[in-house]
Structures are given as structure tokens and as C-alpha cells.
Write a protein that binds this ligand. Structure first.
Ligand SMILES: [Zn+2]
Length: 262
């Protein structure tokens, strides 16, 4: 098992490095598939040594080899996050097909969260990718279980119900706050997250998102990193809420039911 997890961690680091390049090129409008990676300051093409995830950053002590200007700490952090993400998904997901599904879709959501943190924007391209993967996987699971259209057991119906209700809920907040508290990107993202975690788990996912968002928001105000009126992107919290729900949702719900039954 150790070697499997080590392999997944290294694979995750490499995919995290791809997420960094993808998000950078999404912003500049360069092609994701063509052209070599280069330093954003001096435009020097980077060698394979500079592009080794995390280690490249450490060897260079966080500075470009050519112009010595600092490299964003976000790059190694996203790589580490992708590495740990793959490992925890495979440790805590019993079914191999679900583990593969979660790996693909949560790596894409990591890209969304990272981009949202930087630019307060959620890319429709990545959302569409997640939508197609989720619909295909839920259809596949429904066919495999022989309940593709059987209400209320069909994973596809439960996913669509959860997605629709989550979108309506965030859509209401979006309208009531006139887009100040919640962007329309969050409304679309909520639909995807509903598809992934299903009904009724989506309630827990939304609760966790607001709860973690409030704690981190408050923490940043106390540490004077942010002011009360500053906006925080909500996408990353939605993704974290959905991830916790996907991996530990049933344990959390059982624990809660146990608490209130006493
Ligand atoms: Zn440079």
C-alpha cells in the first residue's frame, strides 16, 4: 500500500504542476497544450529541472534561475495540495470507480479553487469539463446498478436533484445580495457539487462550506489580513465542503444522528 500511496502522491504533484500551468495560461490566454513554460517576469523558457514539482522550487530557493525574481509560493502549495488530495481520496474511498471519479473531478475543482482565489472568477470551461465527467459517471453507475431512472435510488436523479436545489439556494443568495456575497460562478459550481455528492449529502456540503468560510473569514479579520467588508471568494469553500462530504459525509451524519438521539 505504501508504494501505491507514494505513486499517487508523486502523480498528484505532477498534476498539480499541470494545474499551475493551466491556470496561468487560462489567465493569459495562451494555449494550454502548446508552448513551453516560461518565467512570467523575464519570459525565459524553463528547463526540466526548474519544473520538478516542489523540489524545483526548493532548489531555486523560491527564485527564478535566470532573473532571480521570486516565484509565487502558490505553485508548490497547489502541487502539494494535489498530491495530498489524491492520497486521501484513495485512502478514504472504498470503491475503485468512485476513487477514479473523485480524483478526476476534485483535481479539476482544485484548479477552479486556485483560480478563484487569485482572480475571483470561476472558469466555465473547467465547470463544463466537471459537468460532463459527473453526468457520464452517474449514468455509468446507474446502468451498472440497474437503476438509472428508478426514483429514488438512481444516482443520476439524486445528483440532479441535489445540484438543482444547491443552485437555487445559492442563486437566491446571489439575487438577494445583488451578487455582492455570491457570484454567479458559485451558483453554477454548486450544481456540479450537488451532482458529485448527491441528495441529501449536499445539505451537509453547503453547511460545511458556510461554516468553514465563516471561520476562515473571521480568522483573517482577527489576524488583520482582511477587513470585514472585503470579499472572499466562496468557490474554494464550496469545494472543501464537497470534498469533506464526499469522503466523510456518512460518518459525520451518523455521528450527528447519534448526538441528537441521546
Ligand atoms: Zn525569470
Amino acid at each position: 500500500m505504501f508504494w501505491l500511496y507514494l505513486f499517487l502522491f508523486i502523480l498528484g504533484l505532477q498534476l498539480g504542476s499541470f494545474i499551475n500551468a493551466f491556470n496561468y495560461r487560462l489567465q493569459t490566454g495562451e494555449s494550454v497544450w502548446r508552448g513551453r513554460s516560461h518565467c512570467p517576469h523575464c519570459q525565459h523558457v524553463l528547463s526540466w529541472r526548474d519544473l520538478i514539482p516542489v523540489l524545483g522550487f526548493l532548489f531555486l530557493k523560491g527564485r527564478c534561475r535566470y532573473c532571480h525574481r521570486p516565484i509565487s509560493k502558490r505553485y508548490p502549495l497547489v502541487e502539494m495540495a494535489a498530491g495530498f488530495l489524491l492520497v486521501i481520496i484513495w485512502v478514504f474511498t472504498a470503491s475503485i470507480s468512485w476513487a477514479i471519479f473523485y480524483s478526476i473531478v476534485f483535481l479539476a475543482l482544485l484548479a477552479i479553487a486556485d483560480y478563484d482565489l487569485q482572480h475571483y472568477l470561476i472558469s466555465d470551461k473547467v465547470l463544463l469539463f466537471c459537468l460532463i465527467i459527473a453526468l457520464a459517471f452517474l449514468t455509468f453507475t446507474g446502468i451498472q446498478q440497474g437503476n438509472l431512472f428508478n426514483w429514488p435510488n438512481s444516482p443520476l436523479w439524486l445528483g440532479l436533484l441535489a445540484g438543482a436545489l444547491a443552485s437555487i439556494f445559492l442563486g437566491l443568495i446571489h439575487c438577494l445580495t445583488r451578487g455582492q456575497g455570491m457570484g454567479f460562478g458559485d451558483v453554477k459550481l454548486a450544481f456540479i457539487l450537488g451532482l458529485i455528492v448527491g441528495w441529501p449529502a449536499v445539505i451537509l456540503a453547503l453547511f460545511l462550506s458556510f461554516f468553514i468560510g465563516a471561520i476562515i473569514g473571521l480568522g483573517l479579520v482577527i489576524l488583520k489580513k482582511k477587513k470585514m467588508k472585503d470579499a472572499l471568494p466562496f468557490g474554494p469553500f464550496l469545494v472543501i465542503g464537497a470534498l469533506i462530504t464526499a469522503l466523510w459525509g456518512s460518518q459525520i451524519i451518523n455521528w450527528y444522528l447519534f448526538l441528537i438521539s441521546k
